[in-house]
Design a protein around this ligand. Structure first.
Ligand code: PHE
Length: 452
């Protein structure tokens, strides 16, 4: 058998888009975006985030797709195939390390969803006051036993699905859950926007105040754009390696960007009007969404039932992202060997859990352990989102535009789609010049080398 036919493939066209969108849409849009926007100045941050998404995120997503589908290889082999005997495969390593650390703290928040879900199902979350929710959540995340157990369950669910292989596990579930998530979000947005004083929240999110836009906020917007699209860590390289030549890469990429941006906006519209209406502060940090959402659901008839449904979908969105983080590591270790896949997934999953323990405890017993005013959780997040992801994205944009022949790129992009030469030229310009220069400027600015 040829290597190609042995390789796992997505079962359907829509399957790939849903799985890649499933990787993109997750805690980044629903949990991280509101809290980072809340601490980084609201409207101006949002605008810069959108610009980065369009001018850097979209071209880079296509770039990762090109590498993956062209080589049909995992994150390390892909770079080795295209640039043998060079160090470019370090880009794949950066992705693997980033995803390892990422899942180690992502699972902490995944665990919080599970804990909330248990509470909601047992009826403990209904009818509390806003302050009581805050207190309950504070207690919950500082309890070492419960949070570690929940984090473990989250990783366990990830292991079980990924060990089975991409087709059966990831693809089927996404088809059902994603549309359901959209629908529930619409309900939430409707309720939030009809609360008294909701307009202040809309202003916060949509009216940019550039005086609040610091160098750090711009870096966070850059990190957020890559984070929500799962970029810079070769996850999209890995996912598109399971793709056949009939699918249009630019079209798949734009549908993922649009769906993802849609969820980001929905999350913003669900959270910020409520925050202002309830007189809460938008800069509460990582716990923001968990403190606000139950209060909004409390204002909806049958709110506790809807909240349970929402938590299940939220958990699902987080899991489909987690699958992709572990998948990139497993694919590189196990190649196409099904037996190895099983054991590799278990081993890697358990290691990630162990490494993630301090992040989990940093909301409780390790809360005072801080470096540069950041907890262990914050350090892990900062390292991945604002260092490794932009760095990986920088390398990938250089790799695509310098190491792959222009003809090859054009040919690969034309497989399954009818793009014009103009589209190709614009894309190439963005990935060759705009993306690397923008990332470098943002880095240098934050390090204090530029005087903006
Ligand atoms: N995009 C995911 C989210 O928004 C996070 C992620 C980043 C997943 C990188 C995989 C790789 O939640």
């Amino acid at each position: 058998m040829s290597q190609l036919s042995q390789k796992e493939q997505w079962a359907s066209k829509i399957g790939f888009i849903l799985a890649a969108a499933g990787s993109a849409i997750g805690l980044g849009a629903i949990w991280k975006f509101p809290y980072v926007a809340g601490t980084s100045g609201g409207g101006a941050f949002f605008l810069v985030f959108l610009i980065f998404t369009l001018l850097l995120g979209y071209p880079l997503l296509i770039g990762e797709f090109v590498i993956g589908r062209h080589t049909q290889s995992d994150a390390i082999s892909a770079y080795k195939k295209l640039a043998p005997h060079t160090l470019w495969h370090v880009t794949g390593w950066i992705g693997m390390i980033a995803c390892f650390i990422l899942l180690s703290f992502y699972s902490v928040v995944g665990g919080w969803i599970i804990l909330y879900l248990f509470r909601a199902v047992s009826g403990e979350l209904g009818g509390l006051s806003q302050v009581q929710y805050g207190e309950l959540f504070g207690q919950l995340i500082s309890d070492p036993f419960q949070t570690l157990l929940a984090q473990f369950i989250f990783i366990l669910l990830t292991i079980i699905v990924v060990a089975k292989g991409i087709q059966q596990g990831i693809e089927k579930a996404s088809k059902l859950m994603m549309p359901a998530l959209f629908l529930l979000f619409l309900l939430l947005v409707f309720r939030s926007m009809t609360l008294d004083g909701a307009i202040e929240g809309l202003k916060f999110l949509f009216v940019p105040d550039f005086s609040k836009l610091t160098s750090e906020a711009v870096l966070y917007a850059l990190g957020q754009a890559f984070f929500t699209l799962s970029l810079g860590v070769s996850v999209m390289v890995t996912y598109s390696s399971y793709l056949n030549k009939e699918q249009s890469l630019p079209k798949s990429a734009i549908s993922i960007v649009v769906m993802n941006a849609f969820v980001v906006v929905l999350a913003g519209l669900a959270i910020f009007p409520a925050i202002f209406s309830f007189g809460m502060e938008p800069n509460a940090g990582p716990t923001l969404v968990f403190a606000v959402l139950p209060v909004v659901f409390n204002h909806i008839p049958f709110g506790s039932l809807f909240f349970i449904a929402f938590l299940i979908l939220f958990l699902f969105a987080a899991l489909t992202s987690a699958f992709s983080m572990i998948e990139i590591i497993v694919a590189s270790v196990a190649k196409n060997d099904a037996k190895k896949r099983q054991s590799a997934t278990w081993l890697i999953g358990i290691l990630i859990f162990i490494v993630g323990i301090p992040s989990c405890l940093s909301f409780g017993v390790l809360a005072d352990f801080q470096v540069f005013n950041r907890t262990i959780f914050d350090i892990a997040d900062f390292t991945v989102s604002n260092v490794l992801m932009p760095l990986g994205a920088l390398l990938i944009s250089l790799f695509v535009s310098l190491k792959i022949a222009k003809d090859t790129l054009f040919d690969e992009l034309r497989q399954g789609s009818t793009i014009s030469k103009l589209f190709f030229d614009i894309w190439f310009f963005l990935i060759r010049y705009v993306a690397p220069i923008a990332i470098l400027i943002v880095f240098l600015d934050v390090l204090g080398f530029l005087d903006f």
